[in-house]
Design a protein around this ligand. Sequence first.
Ligand code: GUN
Length: 281
Amino acid sequence: MTAQIINGTELAQQLLADVARRAAALTARGRQPGLAVILVGEDPASAVYVRNKIKACEDSGIHSVLERYAADLSEAQLLERIAALNADPKIHGILVQLPLPKHIDAHKVIEAIAPEKDVDGFHISNAGLLMTGQPLFRPCTPYGVMKMLESIAYPIRGAHAVVVGASNIVGKPQAMLLLQAGATVTICNSKTRDLGHHTRDADILVVATGKRNIVTADMIKPGAVVIDVGMNRDDAGKLCGDVDFANAKEVAGWITPVPGGVGRMTIAMLMTNTIEAAERT
Ligand code: GUN
């Protein structure tokens, strides 16, 4: 059996068309949605992600502000910029690209963002709202994964979902969203003993560890949905995920490719969250 591919590029395009419509409607009422993106330092991967986010704003009719700072920006200076953006009525969403340089306390920075502008959904008050089933913003990557499951009309209620990875950005909020959609959820991480024992029982398998080939074909239940959040480089420098795609697609029922899978969805959901923030003002 060969899996059906869940095409993130196509699905993201559909969602971005809806974003553009809503942005135009807000702009016509004198409330163009605005997103501020802050990048500190020279991490090349972060620079690419940020460029793609700004480009998506331009394509969707969202006003964007990119603030780039050298790696030696002080924590106090960064907090000052966030306070200014919190007070700026043209800005509805604020995103500080992670990771931050080591001398800056990322938790403190995230907590400084006004929760109603925290389009990443990382603020502790937004994490708490998500946990208690009343989300203000769903973190972009897990939100995108839920949209992918929705696109194939997968019956989540009662299914066994296994999430590999327990980060605050992906794994933990992903588990929460799946739980709230009625799945029975197992959360694993890169240290889990006999990972295959857990993954082989998954109807829905979401992998977000940043470890290439951590999930191989023999660890997948035939017919399962496999969502690969990983973003790695193979030995030839080619972009690849956490799942051994070539072999896994012969076992899975549905699978997401890398590139062309979850990555595109993350940006589409960031745009969606920015629109939602602007619509609430
Ligand atoms: N770094 C990697 N992923 C993300 C994300 O979704 N948001 C932010 N702010 N930084 C990231």
